[in-house]
Design a protein around this ligand. Structure first.
Ligand code: AGP
Length: 370
């Protein structure tokens, strides 16, 4: 029947959408990488280069998973473009009235383009005279229409209530913006080209990360009976930890918390026991040794550890109970590749617990009431 066609042989839309990501990540970049100028370009920003160069602050606003991609964007833009970024929950921003410069640019990140809080925050910022941009998947949606300009994700319809491909596409667009604004300010031509090289390798790395599927299913079976999970990562992978925890909560109804790994000793470590697994995102990066030390602290307290590591990392494999290997990438692209096994892990745990993964209880695909 018709639903079989749409599912393309997958048992759920969520799994189908997870597997679409090599393609959707490619689509988010298509036509936007400019090798001659070593930058990213966008058709729809509707601001002159002069106006763009004058921007001295970004506010990124969103809800839920889109808020997590905004957080990834903060790390990318502040690192690569050196422009200050605030990330605000749209539900807070709409009532909060933070002090902002007249040259603050708002980005509203939203898959659906219909989330009421995000729309209200955008309207409020617009009313105050700030230029507003939508980073949106659904073409012609309310937020896409009301913003002064924007960037589409081109990820295709996302049916599963748990956002997967829209999240990774939002992260790609954030990387493109970081490159664009980096090149307007201090990034060299060479540095711009290196970032383009990194981005062009991404679809293949996402493809490779999908090969963890069988291993994710095996690990899911081992831990599907647990009632509490911690997700821990640092720097670029702190938002990854938040997103991994949200995916698990939404579709499996297991309590999960995401934290910056070093923050756990300020409270969450009290939760650790042999029934509370910690999922660590620990690819090689500037703080690799520190995260490995955090893994050891959890192990010393009897907590099981599932670690997302880079291919060929034998150090973490020796201390963690289970490892999932993903390809090495540039640091700023790790959240995109590391999201894949976290989505798969949540998916398989939810399926094993008999949950309705595409339509979890109490949740709507887009939240259009306050
Ligand atoms: C994602 O898995 C969630 N279901 C939810 O947090 C979602 O990201 C949020 O409601 C925002 O939706 P939007 O991107 O369509 O604005």
């Amino acid at each position: 029947d018709a639903s079989d066609v749409e599912l393309g042989g997958f048992p759920h839309f969520m799994l189908k959408e997870i597997f679409e990501q090599p393609e959707t990540v490619r689509n988010a970049m298509r036509g936007r990488l400019d090798r001659d100028a070593a930058t990213a370009k966008f058709g729809g920003l509707n601001l002159t280069p002069q106006q763009l160069r004058a921007i001295d602050r970004f506010v990124l606003t969103a809800c839920g998973t889109s808020w997590h991609s905004a957080l990834v964007g903060e790390y990318m833009i502040e690192t690569l473009a050196r422009v200050p970024v605030e990330v605000e929950y749209a539900s807070e921003l709409r009532y909060r009235n933070p002090p902002l410069t007249p040259t603050t640019l708002l980005f509203a990140l939203t898959q659906s383009g219909e989330t009421i809080d995000t729309l209200a925050a955008l309207r409020e910022m617009k009313r105050k005279g700030h230029p507003t941009m939508a980073i949106c998947n659904v073409v012609g949606s309310t937020i896409a229409r009301e913003a002064d300009g924007g960037i589409y994700l081109h990820a295709g319809p996302e049916i599963g209530v748990a956002s997967t491909k829209a999240y990774t596409s939002q992260c790609v667009v954030m990387a493109l913006l970081a490159l664009h604004f980096g090149r307007l300010h201090h990034l060299s031509y060479e540095a711009g080209l290196r970032i383009i090289d990194d981005l062009e390798r991404l679809p293949e790395q996402v493809e490779k990360a999908l090969e963890t599927n069988a291993e994710c299913r095996r690990i899911a079976a081992k831990y599907a009976g647990c009632e509490n999970f911690l997700y821990l990562g640092r720097l670029y992978n702190f938002p990854t930890a938040l997103e991994g925890a949200l995916k698990l909560k939404e579709i499996s109804y297991i309590h999960a918390e995401g934290y910056p790994a070093a923050e756990m000793k300020h409270g969450p470590i009290a939760l650790v026991d042999e029934h509370t697994p910690s999922v660590f995102i620990v690819p090689r990066c500037g703080v690799y040794d520190k995260v490995v030390a955090n893994v050891e602290e959890i192990k010393a307290r009897g907590g099981p550890v599932i670690a997302i590591v880079e291919e060929g990392d034998h150090e973490v494999a020796q201390i963690a109970d289970d490892v999932l290997e993903i390809p090495a990438t540039a640091d700023f692209l790790q959240p995109i590749v590391a999201a894949i096994p976290l989505q798969l892990l949540a998916y398989h745990i939810a399926v094993l617990r008999g949950c309705d993964v595409d339509k979890p209880r109490n949740l709507a695909k887009s939240v259009t009431v306050e």
